[in-house]
Ligand binder design. Structure first.
Ligand SMILES: Cc1ncc(COP(=O)(O)O)c(C=O)c1O
Length: 435
């Protein structure tokens, strides 16, 4: 377990869990629970180790951070400062990214089922658009005409009909998946775009999320590159970039191995380089768009035990973070390691526990069947690997207040998002009048 904690840049001193050089017990005394704690240095490390692994094999690479994993503006600012590009899936994400300092030309907007005003927003901001369906080109052209703009670079999301991922909801390619354009329509898509007067092109795919098996990426990459061959051979197109999407997994369980970055980079870039040489597409940009890989392991949630209960066959711990704060266990049955942050590694009686949140639903269980030291009220539970799809999928269900987020580094901590207050619950609401 200590080795697993080390992988996540977590330390244990005098039986307390430390993150970014800060004692979790002291953080809670200062900021209360539930609390998201983001280790700045882990994000920087993950970004540079991935970038360096790719640069070993090819020099024109871009890492587009998939903002959906975590749109905290300090994380966006940090990754921008480190040199990342960005993948946004909504105009809201674009808005936050621009506020955090990203240059619009570093953003690729991969929306799904776009509205006209979303096209207009992205075009006016100067963000690249990645279309997700053949039928969307005409609508994009209508918007361009309405705002009297030149044709920008355009990209299409390909569905190579081979996906992967840790849960059905996270597999984003396959014969009957809502995302992307199938092989059977992709040539028509680029042809139409040429006919409408577009001259600069990119191409994109994203097959799913939470993938630790590199062979899945390899099979998809080969299918994707074969589709790119077909496009190139049928139409005279020189792509500016080929984007292989995200999906790089992280070990949520101590039994799982971290992704071998060298093996990942070698496998995908060998296929890529062979193909671009064959097609005479030299010098174009290779991009990927990881979300989870860059931020998941940076963050823990600290939550306090307030209730101990036994049912017929189980021991229960009640904590103050439920699926309002971290929905992944309820939504996907996901596993998150938990640690008793104020008593790490203490010897003594161990029991099996179910850990439940405060939400009024039986499904509000954060962790099941965990062996922990005998828990007492006020113990502090740390939920690991909560940096991706944690806060970004949180909600105010049950009118719970959203937690605070703090960032830590070198023994210092700072609030990067205030805890909600009751007034936030009434914000933007109006009582009806004379209806
Ligand atoms: C288009 C696109 N790119 C990238 C990602 C990032 O995936 P991950 O966080 O698994 O790397 C997603 C996630 O759903 C996505 O939809």
């Amino acid at each position: 377990m200590i080795e697993f904690l080390k992988q996540k840049n977590l330390e244990v001193k005098k039986n307390h869990l430390f993150i970014g050089g800060c004692d979790c017990v002291e953080l809670v005394e200062k900021y209360d629970t539930p609390l998201y704690v983001i280790n700045k240095d882990t994000i920087v490390q993950r970004y540079h180790s991935l970038k360096n692994a790719l640069l070993e094999h090819y020099d024109k690479i871009e890492i587009h951070y998939a903002a959906k994993a975590n749109t905290n503006m300090s994380i966006l600012k940090l990754l921008n400062e480190e040199g990342a590009h960005l993948d946004c899936v909504s105009t809201g994400e674009i808005y936050l990214a621009l506020k955090a300092g990203f240059a619009p030309e570093k953003i690729l907007y991969t929306g799904n089922n776009y509205r006209d005003d979303e096209f207009q927003f992205a075009l006016e901001k100067g963000v690249m658009i990645n279309l997700d369906a053949l039928s969307q080109i005409k609508r994009l052209v209508n918007v361009l005409d309405a705002v009297n703009m030149e044709k920008p670079l355009i990209s299409f999301r390909v569905n190579p009909e081979f996906g992967g991922g840790f849960h059905d909801h996270c597999i984003t390619a396959g014969p009957d998946i809502k995302f992307g354009i199938l092989d059977s329509e992709i040539i028509e898509a680029y042809k139409k775009a040429q006919q409408y007067g577009f001259t600069k092109f990119g191409i994109h795919t994203h097959i799913g999320s939470g993938i630790l098996d590199i062979s899945t990426f390899k099979v998809a990459a080969q299918k994707y590159l074969d589709i790119i061959s077909k496009i190139k051979k049928n139409l005279d197109i020189d792509f500016e970039f080929i984007d292989f999407g995200g999906g790089l997994g992280i070990p949520y369980r101590p039994s799982e191995k971290p992704l071998d970055l060298n093996e990942y980079s070698t496998s995908i870039l060998d296929l890529f380089k062979k193909k671009i040489e064959e097609l005479n597409l030299n010098g174009l940009i290779f991009s990927i768009e990881p979300g989870r890989y860059l931020v998941a392991e940076s963050t823990i949630i600290l939550s306090q035990v307030n209730t101990i209960k036994e049912t017929r066959t189980k021991n229960w711990i009640g904590i103050d973070a439920g699926f309002n704060v971290l929905v992944r266990p309820t939504m996907y049955g996901s596993y998150h390691e938990v640690v008793v942050a104020n008593r790490v590694g203490v010897k003594g009686k161990q029991l099996k526990y179910e850990i439940a949140g405060p939400i009024c639903e039986s499904g509000d269980v954060i962790a099941k069947d965990r062996t922990l030291p005998k828990i007492e009220e006020n113990d502090l539970i740390a939920i690991l690997d909560a940096g991706a799809y944690g806060f970004s999928m949180s909600s105010s269900y049950n009118s719970k207040l959203l937690p605070a987020e703090i960032m830590v580094s070198n023994g210092k901590s700072q609030i990067v998002r205030e805890r909600q207050v009751y007034e936030d619950l009434t914000h933007h609401q109006h009582f009806y009048q004379d209806l």
